[in-house]
Design a protein around this ligand. Sequence first.
Ligand code: C5P
Length: 240
Amino acid sequence: MTALQKLYEGKAKILYATADPTILLACYKDDATAFNAQKRGTIAGKGRINCTMSEHLFRKLEAAGVPTHFVDCPAPNEMHVRALTIVPLEVIVRNFAAGSLCKQTGIALGTPLDPPLIEFCYKNDEFGDPLVTEGRIYAMKLATPAQVREITELTQRINEILRDFFQQCDIILVDFKIEFGIDSGGRIVLGDEISPDTCRLWDAKETDPIARVLDKDRFRQDLGNVEGAYQRVLEKVLAN
Ligand code: C5P
């Protein structure tokens, strides 16, 4: 087999070109970073777990009519995806208060947010992915008002689908980050991944504030048993 051309290496994935210019190969890595890559480490099996979980959730979302970049998985840590022009926004959905929201506002950890809070960050490592207002999005020409409207509507649907699904898994979907891109037909499509790296997930049957954490906060906050938590999430997801 001829070596595939590496197009981009990110913190969690490597993207390769394929023989079809409209399709890329995403290889999910075990490398873990947090706090804008100031903290680095490895989570054994993470690439396989995040890829497999993303595949499962992308399939569920597609079945519910949400367009995604997912094509297929040729290996447990590899995903063929449609090539997209990335919209440089990180879309964050919060069903309960946690993380930067608590830190920046003083809202208590675990406070329910109804309606869920949808926030936009400018996807740019140099600036540390800052929170942006809609006004800033237009001033910086990151997206048009019509695109922001469509992304918001898609995000609300994605949250409803994922929240219901995780509830079946006895997992609380606290918050998550998603990204969108534009495909060759001009459609706005869900990209990137949905995994314990990009979601806060709490075990619904566990009240202990440390034991309930099943996501990357175990790595960020050195809570231990990161691999075990990721594996548990995958098992629950695949069983539902
Ligand atoms: O850090 P913060 O509380 O704003 O994160 C909200 C959610 O977005 C968390 O689930 C976190 O894992 C996710 N996130 C992410 N990538 C980032 C920033 C946040 O996956 N660059």
